[in-house]
Design a protein around this ligand. Structure first.
Ligand code: BGC
Length: 787
């Protein structure tokens, strides 16, 4: 009896000791030291939810409204959001910051007076895509990522790669192209560049977020084929070629489901079909149902609202949501945290080399500017013409980039006037005085607002100054050359409009007409510089000036970069990655953009805004951009792929590795500089596929490459590879990518309408390249455009 009692006591003491150790004495598993699975096992439900729901939002100008807004997260002031730290388990918080055109953080801080935290405003995405140069974009990414790292950022909320479905899309400047191959490859280059620093990216906005009108409520109705071939393809390429740390789901619904709540999109397609290994975060306040988001595989809810945590906890407790789902989502986040600077305790300097980066920005800007017109070699500006009349307010105030979360707090921006002066050109002083006085007057009447106020109620851009005709006539006698700058700005939250935005305003039209008349009467030239983020109407006025340079929104060094092109220091080599149509009504989505609203169903949304249900139907199907213009023979003003140079190139010796397709074909083409100055050429490979079972666009871009700087007479051979997936289209009935047997034509050209060399090969038998899941099926009949 006694011995039994003794044994029980010993056992009891042992259990007690073991229990005490387990609960209080030994350290719980630490991230990085113990396997992730053990860390998750040690987490309470509340801790898991803490990690899955961001730490709130601190938007300058907006304060607490029960939405999470106004909660501070001060690690890096001005950064878009952070995750919660869980120190008990060695889990640090992550800092995320916008955005596509540079690190967006506050440039000054209350607690460090006198110090500044400026970042480089890089050229916007439309410009970077127009370089057609993945190596250059990677270099920009490397410098951009380094700035992020030195400012303590773990994940940059970029790049953004939604398709330019319609020229009025308010965020098109943040996006690359109308073509998914360009968008996907440029994105992959940017991601690889940024992430080489050990800083993460969040490729966004996944997916089919092609407008700002009703962006939080719009249901995008799109066929499975258009979705796969146009709107998902770029993301697929980017995931496969760069495996970004994170993906940001978009605000909109696709075929009836919020993207952030779509398991089909975030798990079946993104992870199972494409092999994505990172985690998914919502766009800020995106989606409605936190539980559905968890189930979909949307790991992180940003910026994080307390109500979301409550919903998730209650769903687990009531058995509606399995804790296993949370564990998988937590694992996705922890695996990325392990790679972050915050986890590694990186001591950031807050002092990136902004001087060096400004030079990279300047070079990149010159590489993506597109020379649209150059009659009688009006450009480069002759060295003897030193007296320049610069017209237009945007000659004196550069638009470096767009607005909203794609904006950057930069230390300065170089105007075109400044750029020309820096290069030793004399600018007419009287004009400078008039245009800058007009800008100053406008600014004094429209005081600067904080980010939130500006977002809610944007200040309209200053209208063009109505310069008297007499002044223009005087200047035409007194100066050698006229440069007319025309600018446009747009950004998140709103789409652009046709009047005074897509079209030139009456004042702009009059200024341009008067300048052209006056200067041409004196046999002097007029150059137009377009400082714009997206497509505008050009056909009605393009015959008037002698040359047109599309400078896009070229980042903080813009004025210097434009001058580099105007003076011939750099030979332009940019080409359009998006079509400039002849008229807005020609755009295939013109009739359906931006869709229908249902105001009778409106509710009160976030931050006092109305939330109006809406839908948009992508009736043009796969016929977006040049796929439409080429197939339906609609001539644009400037086609996809178009851009001039100060030299000329000959394409020759297109050769295919085989005339029958057997798993792979390589095409080589030689390009020779046949002109008088050194230059680079962006060559494009289009493929025309047999249209047997499926409707096919006349041609589709399947490869592109840019030559190095070729001296006059110099040649370079470019190589392109075609694999089965480049031959295939998405067959909806079969839910598979298939290539039809028959004759394929390879067309290598300087643009989508300027094909220089062709060659053909045959595919002997129909090929099923990949079988996919039948998901994201539209709930309604779409009256889709067919050939
Ligand atoms: C934008 C995102 C951005 C986020 C954080 C959202 O309004 O749509 O692109 O990353 O805000 O600033």
């Amino acid at each position: 009896m006694a011995s039994i009692r003794l044994r029980v006591t010993i056992l009891g003491t042992a259990l007690l000791c073991y229990g005490l150790q387990g609960i209080g004495q030994s350290k719980p598993p630490q991230l990085g030291k113990s396997p992730v699975a053990d860390v998750i096992k040690a987490m309470t439900l509340e801790e898991k939810v803490q990690l899955l729901v961001g730490a709130g939002f601190n938007l300058s100008g907006a304060t607490g409204t029960g939405t999470g807004v106004g909660q501070t997260q001060d690690r890096v002031p001005g950064a878009a959001g952070t995750t919660h730290a869980i120190p008990r388990l060695g889990i640090p918080s992550l800092v995320t910051s916008d955005g596509p055109a540079g690190v967006r953080i506050d440039s000054v801080r209350k607690n460090s007076p006198g110090k500044t935290y400026y970042a480089t405003a890089w050229p916007v995405a439309t410009l970077l895509a127009s370089t057609w140069d993945t190596a250059l974009v990677k270099k920009v990414g490397a410098a951009f990522g380094h700035e992020a790292k030195e400012y303590g950022i773990d994940i940059i909320l970029a790049p953004a790669l939604n398709i330019h479905r319609n020229p009025l899309g308010g965020r098109n400047f943040e996006y690359y192209s109308e073509d998914p191959l360009v968008a996907g490859r440029i994105t992959a280059a940017m991601v690889n560049g940024i992430e080489a620093n050990g800083v993460g990216t969040s490729i966004k906005h996944f997916a089919a977020n092609n407008q700002e009108t009703n962006r939080n409520t719009v249901n995008t109705i799109v066929s499975e084929r258009a979705l796969r071939e146009i709107y998902l393809k770029g993301f697929e390429i980017a995931v496969k070629q760069s495996q970004p740390w994170t993906v940001m789901s978009s605000y909109n619904l696709i075929n009836g489901t919020y993207t952030s709540e779509s398991k089909d999109l975030l798990t079946t397609i993104l992870r199972n079909e494409w092999g994505f290994k990172g985690f998914v975060m919502t766009d800020w306040f995106g989606g409605k149902d936190a539980v559905a988001q968890m189930q979909a595989g949307n790991n992180l809810l940003m910026p994080g609202v307390p109500a979301q945590s409550t919903q998730i906890i209650e769903a687990v407790k009531s058995g509606k949501l399995s804790e296993k789902v949370l564990d998988a989502n937590v694992a996705g986040i922890l695996n990325i945290i392990l790679r972050s600077s915050s986890f590694k305790g990186y001591k950031y300097s807050d002092k990136p080399d902004l001087k060096k980066d400004a030079q990279i920005a300047r070079t990149a800007a010159t590489e993506g500017m597109v020379l649209l017109k150059n009659e009688n070699s009006s450009l480069p500006v002759s060295k003897n013409l030193h007296n320049i009349a610069l017209f237009g307010i945007n000659g004196y105030e550069l638009i470096a980039g767009g607005t909203g979360s794609g904006d950057v707090n930069k230390a300065y921006k170089v105007s075109l006037a400044q750029g020309l002066a820096n290069a030793g050109y004399a600018i007419d002083g009287e004009l400078q005085q008039k245009f800058t006085a007009h800008l100053a007057d406008y600014a004094s009447k429209h005081p600067k607002k904080n980010f939130f106020q500006e977002f809610m109620n944007p200040t309209p851009p200053a209208p063009e100054y109505a310069l008297a005709k007499e002044t223009i006539l005087q200047k035409a006698s007194a100066t050698d050359l006229a440069v007319v700058a025309i600018g446009r700005n747009a950004g998140e939250g709103r789409d652009r409009k046709i009047e005074d935005d897509y079209e030139l305003s009456n004042t702009e039209k009059e200024l341009l007409r008067n300048v052209c008349d006056a200067y041409h009467a004196q046999h002097k030239k007029v150059i137009v510089v377009l400082n714009i983020g997206g497509v505008i109407s050009v056909l009605p006025w393009r015959d008037q000036p002698d040359a047109i340079l599309l400078a896009w929104q070229p980042g903080l060094e813009g004025g210097n970069a434009i001058t580099d092109i105007l003076t011939g220091k750099v030979n332009p080599s940019g080409k359009l990655a998006t079509t400039f149509p002849a008229a807005y009504s020609d755009v295939p989505s013109a009739k359906s953009f931006p869709g229908k609203e249902f105001p009778e169903k409106a509710t009160n949304g976030m931050l006092g805004m109305k939330s109006t249900p809406a839908e948009v139907t992508y009736e043009e199907g796969i016929y977006v951009g040049y796929r439409y213009y080429n197939t339906f023979h609609v001539k644009p003003a400037y086609e996809f792929g178009y851009g001039l140079s100060y030299t000329s190139f000959k394409y020759h010796d297109l050769k295919l590795s085989s005339t029958t397709f057997n798993g792979k074909i390589t095409a080589t083409v030689s390009i020779t500089n046949t002109g008088k100055v050194a230059g680079k050429e962006a060559a494009q490979l289009y493929l025309s596929a047999p249209a047997k079972k499926l409707d096919k666009p006349a041609e589709e871009l399947k490869g592109f490459a840019k030559t190095r700087l070729l001296k006059p007479g110099e040649s370079q051979t470019l190589t392109f590879t075609l694999t089965p997936s480049e031959l295939a289209s998405f067959n909806t009935q079969a839910s598979a990518w298939v290539a039809d047997a028959g004759k394929y034509t390879v067309k290598v050209g300087a643009s989508s309408a300027d094909i220089k060399q062709t060659a053909t090969f045959t595919l002997a038998k129909d090929l099923t390249v990949e079988k996919d899941h039948r998901v994201m099926v539209p709930q309604v009949q779409i009256n889709e455009l067919k050939k």
